[in-house]
Design a protein around this ligand. Structure first.
Ligand code: SME
Length: 160
């Protein structure tokens, strides 16, 4: 596997290729956990100006904290609560330019100013979880970032 330190500034296609190379075939729960851990580490390293990248996984009617990079975060999010809970409930992504203006936003860190949450859905539209990325700057996320997370969600879906 390539060193994470070489990832900064490389094109998206190459980044995704390196990331996919690092993933293991999934046979057990721990294989899934290690893949999600590496995906969050890859994204955290490659993306500029982000302070949190991680997964919340759906279980027992709520989202539970999965592998992530960044400061400790809240461990359970109810359906419909915060940006993540809205993405779960509405099964769509949320690109929030200013979290202070998002009703019900759950502030895990004072550093987070903007946020992008993308749902991971099975073919039958049931929810596996969400990918959540926070930035310390306002309006950090673009449509390109949305497309990137769409591609990452497809990769994650393939091992659930
Ligand atoms: N801000 C999120 C909570 C998770 S943290 O950002 C890591 C939300 O409102 O759902």
């Amino acid at each position: 596997m390539s060193s994470f330190k070489t990832l900064s500034g490389i094109p998206e296609e190459l980044f995704l290729e390196f990331m996919k190379e690092a993933l293991v075939p999934v046979e057990t729960l721990i294989d899934r956990v290690s893949n999600l851990a590496n995906i969050s580490a890859f994204l955290f390293d490659w993306l500029d100006s982000v302070n949190w990248v991680g997964f919340y996984l759906y279980e027992d009617g709520k989202l539970k904290l999965g592998p992530f990079q960044g400061e400790p975060a809240c461990q359970a999010i109810e359906n419909g609560r915060g940006v993540c809970g809205r993405a779960l409930m509405e099964k769509r992504y949320f690109n929030v330019p200013d979290v202070s203006l998002f009703p019900g936003h759950i502030a895990c860190s004072d550093k987070s100013k903007s946020e992008l949450v993308y749902p991971i859905l099975r073919e039958d539209m049931s929810v596996i979880g969400v990918i959540d990325i926070d930035s310390p700057i306002l309006s950090r996320f673009s449509e390109d970032d949305v497309r990137l997370l769409q591609r990452v969600s497809e990769i994650v879906k393939s091992f659930f």
